[in-house]
Design a protein. Sequence first.
Length: 358
Amino acid sequence: MRLRQLDPTSARKSAGNFRRILVLAVCYGVLLLTANRDLVTAGEYYRGKTVRIIVGFAPGGGFDTYSRAIARHLGRHIPGSPNLVVTNLPGAGSVIAANELYHRTPPDGLTIGNFLGSLALSQLLSAPGIEFDARRFVWLGVPVKQDGACVVASASGVTDVAKWQSSATPVKLASTGVGSLDYIMAKALQNVVGLPLQIVAGYKGTADARLAIESGEVAGGCWQWQPIKATWKNSLDSGQVKVILQFGSRSHGDLANVPLARSLAKNDDGRMLLKIATENPNLLTTAYAMPPGSKKEHVAILRSAFTQTLQDRAFLDDAKRSNLEINPLTGEETESLIGEIFNIGRDLVAQLRSLVQR
């Protein structure tokens, strides 16, 4: 039998291919070893520890409901399976919690803040009490892109927009604090749409505001439809309260017969102000963040765990039982939207400041 003899050129090519395959195999092995080492290191760091979620609103409200649902599942997706606890630090429309995370929380990967992502807009508008730069937080994401809505007690007699427009006295709306998104939404309705209203600020959260509405202390308030339907279900089902107005470029599927605030604006400038001041910020409502200066490895771990949790079938079933809508933004997407807020032109910023301060 005659053996086939390779020519020198073919031999060199074969040797070169073998070397490339060998190099690729070694690199792949190194990557696997590095990934396993990082996983072990992360597991060692988080094992036996407790990760705390600081909620910027009182227990029983929409923020608290989302955070407690997330806390029940997040630990499974963090190497080392740490414990999760939720603590509430309400006040000033979650500004107190955001300030706490920014200034007084160690960047050790063990604390997550849950507060209004729309406070970035409040910062831009120089709202009082803000002692942080939203661009320096490390954003983990948002569990649901939300839609603004105004809910009013039927006992107030204001059961639709027409009755609100013709009200002889200002309709009292609850707010968690000057500069918060519920305050900005109310101000937009007052100054852009021209609805007669009075803002009563200072409630610790939507749970306290709900009690104030049910007792007749105020007529209603403007928050986000997703937590409204989760925490006010019985009152909505009984007709005790009604959603009579919504914010957005289009109607939410649940609110097909509820008018849009932008449809009441008198001109294009008004519609643009509503978009910037109320529609886009609602997407960022229930934001989760880590303190500035958090280590990259901790950020990568918690961002991944947050994303995995929001895709976890057990979590989604839990959220469904709690009537929580899940339509998330990643940490990177949240960071990008925060950045866009600070790229608004000076003229629009001046108009927005005038809108809020009037």
